[in-house]
Ligand binder design. Structure first.
Ligand SMILES: Cc1cc2nc3c(=O)[nH]c(=O)nc-3n(C[C@H](O)[C@H](O)[C@H](O)COP(=O)(O)O)c2cc1C
Length: 283
């Protein structure tokens, strides 16, 4: 499959941009490129994700379309909506992250926002329907040279430059045995790219178990947060991680497919929820 941009390089380049060049709003051409890319996206979960471009200066309730002062220097946002259902949130994670990586490749800054935005004002402005979810939005624009104080504080508090190490995330056969890079073989790079993914509050809730050559994806779900019809943000995070993993397999010509297995015989610890598996194609 032909990819539109270099994956490993772009994953390493991406970071959450919260301060934009106010004097240089995003060009019409770049907005068009992003929307054309967004409208052509599809994901392995078979759920259609819709993208919306929102300019807060044009909206009638522009005062309320805010981000609580977290995002500075841009008034342009992308929002993703999806019908509520199984694997919907994973699909949003996958598609929106692919769009974010494409934006990064074009030199456009982004920042996943699932909490620090006025959700009800954006919901009204986009016209989100009753059976639909608006799990996240992202500002778009050109990154400013200097980060705002709020941005620096966010990064420091969330330890945004750090990620969990391999043996906290990747396992072999069961959750007691860590997976080494040697065990992972050709899948060491896709897993390493997964490890670098962004996540809400930098929680990195993804866990992967290798068993009989397949990779089973789990989410560490916050307690009391298990209703399938609400936005369980860790499911979006695991969709993001699947995007990094899958795009890297495509770049490295490793074939396979994602599938939700019905009879997985791995005992899950109680705070982990099984989501889907990567089944490599037999040579
Ligand atoms: C699903 C999701 C939701 C997020 N929500 C917010 C948010 O509401 N506000 C915010 O400032 N950052 C948000 N972030 C950004 C994370 O804090 C950031 O990705 C993480 O700290 C890692 O930093 P990095 O993206 O620069 O690598 C979110 C990220 C993800 C993936």
């Amino acid at each position: 499959m032909k990819l539109d941009f270099p994956i490993e390089q772009t994953i390493k380049k991406r970071y959450s941009v919260r301060t934009y060049q106010e004097k240089r709003p995003i060009s019409e051409k770049d907005k068009e490129k992003l929307m054309a890319y967004a409208n052509a996206l599809s994901n392995p979960f078979g759920v259609h994700v819709s993208f919306h471009l929102l300019e807060t200066k044009d909206a009638s309730n522009s005062q309320k379309l805010g981000t609580y002062g977290v995002i500075k220097g841009t008034k342009v946002f992308l929002g993703a909506t999806v019908p509520a259902g199984e694997l919907s949130l994973e699909a949003v994670g996958y598609d929106f992250e692919k769009l974010i990586l494409y934006a990064t490749h074009l030199g456009i800054g982004t920042c996943w926002l699932a909490a620090t935005f006025n959700r009800s004002a954006f919901t009204t402005a986009i016209g989100v329907k009753e059976n639909e979810l608006l799990p996240a939005i992202s500002p778009i624009g050109y990154p400013a040279e200097k980060k705002s104080l709020t941005e620096s504080l966010f990064r420091k508090t969330l330890k945004s430059n750090q990620r969990k190490i391999w043996n906290e995330l990747f396992f072999k056969e069961n959750f007691n045995t860590p997976l080494t890079e040697t065990d992972a073989g050709v899948y060491a790079l896709p897993l390493e790219m997964l490890r670098l993914a962004p996540s809400a509050s930098n929680k990195q809730p993804w866990r992967v178990v290798q068993s009989n050559g397949a990779y089973h994806f789990y989410a560490e779900i916050d307690q009391g947060n298990s209703d399938d019809n609400t936005v369980v943000i860790q499911r979006v995070d695991v969709g993001i991680s699947a995007s990094h993993f899958h795009l890297t397999t495509l770049e490295k010509d490793l074939s396979g497919k994602f599938e939700k297995l019905a009879d997985l015989k791995i005992a899950d610890p109680k705070d982990l929820r099984y989501l889907f598996s990567w089944i490599p194609e037999k040579e």
